[in-house]
Design a protein around this ligand. Structure first.
Ligand SMILES: [Zn+2]
Length: 164
């Protein structure tokens, strides 16, 4: 598998066109989203490489590490607006923390730190993540934030939390 990836990179580099691109977010945007393989964050929102910082974790949650990345991206890399983009049919949505933990192999569940950040109420989780970002002391108060849910079956986003 890895050999195929290295070979694909050879082909990619032959026509590489992103050299010299700035590390600043050209559109001033950061997107916090899930690791889900069905999500193409740039394409979904009409963006190109260089436009936005993409911060991904399971669920697209406003974890301490997501906040660390947002703070650095805002202070150093030109980010002025944040989209928190959860999605439909997320493995973390619709189950309680204990239900999600019970679905894991026992050794895995036992070795994982709490919490798994399950989303029994997906809208509440999305509102909570946006609120966490809005109240983060490491982020400027004028940063614009929204909470959207991407539908993996239609490709459309639903606006759940309006801009502040
Ligand atoms: Zn997900």
């Amino acid at each position: 598998m890895f050999d195929e990836l290295v070979a694909a990179n050879d082909r990619y580099a032959e026509t590489f066109h992103l050299g010299g691109l700035s590390g600043q977010a050209a559109r001033g945007l950061a997107i916090v989203t899930c690791i889900d393989t069905r999500i193409e964050p740039l394409a979904i929102l009409g963006l190109a490489p260089g436009d936005a910082k993409i911060i991904r974790n399971a669920g697209g949650r406003a974890t301490s590490d997501a906040l660390r990345s947002l703070a650095l991206a805002t202070a150093l890399l030109g980010v002025r607006a944040v989209v928190v983009m959860h999605h439909t049919r997320c493995a973390l949505a619709g189950a309680s923390e204990s239900e999600l933990r019970a679905a894991l192999p026992e050794a895995v569940a036992g070795a994982l730190p709490n919490p798994l950040l399950a989303m029994p109420d997906p809208d509440a989780a999305l509102r909570g993540d946006v609120a966490t970002i809005r109240s983060c002391a490491a982020l400027p108060t004028e940063i614009a934030t929204v909470g959207w849910r991407y539908d993996v079956d239609t490709g459309r986003i639903a606006q759940i939390v309006p801009q502040n």
